[in-house]
Ligand binder design. Sequence first.
Ligand SMILES: [Ca+2]
Ligand SMILES: [Ca+2]
Length: 227
Amino acid sequence: MRIRQHETRKGTILCVVVVVIMSQVDLSYPQHVFPEHTRRQCSAIKKSDIVEYIMPGIRQLLKEDLAELRRRQQEMLDAIRGGFVLTCPYGWVYHDDNCYLFTQHRSTWQNMREHCNARGGGYLAEIGSREENEFVKEELRKRHQEHTRGSVSYFLGGTDREREGVWKWIRTGELIEFKDFKPPEPNNDKSEHCLTLFEESDFGWNDDQCDKKLHGICKISVGYKFT
Ligand SMILES: [Ca+2]
Ligand SMILES: [Ca+2]
């Protein structure tokens, strides 16, 4: 009796598994895939059988996912208790572990550097890749869809004031490798030594005068301790 029960249970499990698999590839599975005795056995499967054999597995998976979510939540709480902010402050935009602030006010390049620094130790943005450049340009396009006339510029943290045509990031002194100047820029027209993104060229790069009052883009690492 016990052996018979065991075999019936095995057959039911087999049917449940086969039905689940075959229903993904062939909706007409019972008619030509299984022999007669298998079809009879499978047709006897009840909803309660599926609940008995499949649901425990699903419940276990849900438990594991929940445990993982709890672990990650705890990690975040620990980080916040340690004084580190893992998301950007209000008004900043998150991208790839960095926060970006697109200033609404305008000031000179030097004053904009100080403004960024006063915002929790940020700096005038450095752009290190085509992907990051595209992110920044897309953010600017969103902000200037209608209300400007192509004349808006945003300072970045690059300059060639030490040596004409040699572009460096002011914070680190490193040479700028990725560039997105749109010809005829950089043209050093009337001594332009500060790097901007210029709306007229769909926010391509431009050299502009450092004493102009323009918008700026501040940047800071997302793990930085804001004070
Ligand atoms: Ca220049
Ligand atoms: Ca220029």
